[in-house]
Design a protein around this ligand. Structure first.
Ligand code: MG
Length: 245
């Protein structure tokens, strides 16, 4: 028997699809996070260029030849980094991780990460370096559980020489950082970086903390940024929320 639309049962008939529609709308339009922080690793988390330092140490002759070509942009990072990493014998991988363990990190990182965790703000490391090196640095500094995720180069050590893999290889980059950012839905995205490899990530972000050469690049792109020196500076900005809209 058909129920008239103004009866209770008649109204209930239209409720389930309406709720379903609202649910779908929320799923597709509501950000999963209020803020997400995307952070470079080399020269940003570490106080020195760990990855290029490692390449110079373990592949000195080829580094001397290819690095100037990469800096002058005559050779893409995608091709140059792959050639360099894949020139290193797999037998050196443990030594590479030990090399990473000795690299100093910038002050205030533990305090900043603890703050983000309490605020439920994801902290994503996005790097063109080796994932194993990043994990080693986090491990020796007791920070592993404070980092939400890591996007970086994966290596295989089964063959005689290291083999490089990246799920975000695109254009001239082995790890296209702005593509990684698309994996997250947030009201506000925050980028932290120091160099040319952070330009696209910074241009895609709502707010940028820049140091070193990244400042010059962002000036030329007319992208606003906040200067930082160590993670205590960034923590202070988060506490004051001075950059949030
Ligand atoms: Mg860097």
């Amino acid at each position: 028997m058909l129920q008239p639309k103004n009866s209770i049962l008649g109204r209930l008939e239209i409720v389930p699809p309406a709720i379903f529609f609202i649910f779908i709308l929320m799923e597709t339009t509501t950000p999963l996070h209020n803020q997400v922080v995307f952070c470079d690793f080399d020269g940003t988390i570490t106080a020195v260029e760990t990855f290029s330092g490692m390449l110079s140490h373990f592949s000195p002759a080829l580094s001397a030849k290819l690095m100037p070509q990469m800096y002058s942009r005559h050779l893409s990072l995608r091709e140059g980094v792959r050639r360099l990493v894949e020139s290193i014998p797999s037998s050196s991988y443990c030594e590479i991780l030990e090399y990473s363990a000795q690299q100093p990190i910038r002050e205030g990182l533990a305090e900043f990460l603890s703050f983000l965790q309490k605020q439920n703000i994801p902290f994503i490391i996005v790097s063109g370096g080796l994932r194993g090196m990043i994990e080693k640095v986090l491990e020796v500094n007791g920070l592993t559980n404070l980092v939400t995720d890591i996007y970086a180069l994966e290596v295989e050590t089964d063959e005689q020489y290291l083999k490089v893999y990246s799920a975000f290889e695109e254009g001239t980059e082995l790890v296209a950082k702005s593509e990684v950012m698309k994996q997250y839905v947030a009201q506000e995205t925050i980028a932290i970086g120091d160099s040319v490899t952070d330009i696209n990530m910074s241009l895609s972000a709502d707010f940028v903390f820049a140091r070193d050469r990244l400042i010059t690049y962002l000036e030329s792109e007319e992208k606003s940024y906040l200067v930082w020196n160590d993670f205590f500076d960034i923590l202070e900005s988060f506490k004051q929320k001075c950059f949030f809209s």
